[in-house]
Design a binder for this molecule. Structure first.
Ligand code: ADP
Length: 326
């Protein structure tokens, strides 16, 4: 059975892009593979954060992942810093990672641009720790969004270099993308992202806040008035209908928009309805978990025990290959 690994930073709330681009696959893949999912707090410290918020954020992220349907009976869910082998393997991988390769990473360039006052070495070698996260479990499939594909190519190169220098230990890992690996934000132009503030947090998928957020969503800019026909293919709202609505809804939107039979308010109203329906089980499970504080910590502790056992086996093999003193 193939092993699956994926991680997410505890940097605030999950949004629709995270769900549609990655977590949706986390939930689906647990039915078929050995799945290991991780809240990556050591990655999060490469960006500015408030110390007292870290623990609650980790717990909230785990709670959201569970509410979306990751089942601790089927998948391992744990926190990265509870398994220190991640950082040990990352150090070893540093020795087989090209400086030039890291310099080419577009996410590093983006992040460095966003926080020019704190361009630390951790931010630079982030993909090395990410490679260690995945390969510690010898994972072959990594459900992520399109923005992570470049990092996974590097992870493959690192595995190859390690195997070449010290002997075969690691498999080649590849990204597992969803049908929509890049969800655009409310601006309809850039990738939906917390840091860009163009996101729809999952917790905002409630009647009033959702309708308010969708109200701000940019539509086909060439459709100026209600009387102008629009082009759904140039409209981000229509791409959301593709993710959340039925075929009948989409036909209704297409027909109505191209003939100016419906306005954007009608179209967004139908979308809101479908999104509320899709996330109803999430809201229910979330409320249930919130009513049982302690349950999430229990799941994370049990998950860390299982993850650590696998990680320790891999590290024993790695130390042997390196010829380290014992
Ligand atoms: P953000 O960019 O909002 O900080 P993260 O970097 O924490 O989000 O991403 C967590 C996961 O969600 C990754 O697998 C990433 O590829 C995926 N993801 C993030 N934003 C999007 C998006 N807009 N569309 C598709 N997938 C996304």
């Amino acid at each position: 059975m193939k092993t699956v690994f994926s991680g997410i930073q505890p940097s605030g709330e999950l949004h629709v892009g995270n769900y549609i681009g990655a977590i949706d696959n986390w939930v689906k893949m647990q039915e078929q593979y050995r799945c290991i999912y991780c809240v990556v707090d050591y990655h999060a410290i490469t960006q500015d954060y408030t110390v007292k918020d870290m623990s609650p954020r980790v717990r909230d992220m785990a709670l959201d992942i569970l509410a979306l349907g990751v089942d601790p009976e089927k998948a391992i869910l744990f926190v990265q810093s509870a398994v220190p082998e991640h950082t040990e393997l990352a150090w070893i991988f540093n020795a087989v990672t090209g400086h030039g390769d890291l310099e080419r990473m577009t996410q590093f360039k983006d992040k460095a641009e966003h926080q020019p006052e704190n361009i630390n070495a951790g931010l630079f070698s982030y993909p090395v720790l990410q490679a260690a996260d995945i390969l510690l479990y010898k994972a072959e499939l990594v459900p992520v969004g399109a923005d992570q594909v470049q990092h996974l190519e590097l992870a493959r190169r690192i595995a190859r270099s390690f195997n070449h220098r010290w002997g075969k230990v690691f498999p080649e890992c590849e990204p597992k993308l969803t049908e929509t690996p890049k969800v655009l934000g409310l601006d309809g132009k850039q990738k939906m992202s917390k840091s860009l503030g163009n996101h729809i947090p999952l917790t905002a998928i409630e009647e009033k806040p959702l309708r308010k957020l969708l109200g701000k969503m940019v539509t086909d800019e060439k459709r100026v008035t209600r009387e102008d026909p629009g082009n759904p293919d140039d409209c981000n709202v229509y791409s959301f209908h593709k993710m959340f609505s039925t075929e009948d809804d989409r036909a209704w939107v297409w027909q109505g928009c191209t003939t100016a039979g419906i306005g954007c308010v009608d179209c967004k109203g139908r979308l809101a309805q479908r999104m509320l329906e899709r996330f109803a089980p999430y809201r229910e499970r979330r409320a249930e978990l919130l009513a049982h504080p302690g349950r999430v910590d229990e799941i994370l502790r049990a998950g860390a025990d299982k993850a650590r056992a696998i990680a320790q086996r891999t590290m024993a093999e790695v130390r042997g290959k390196l010829g380290l003193w014992r």
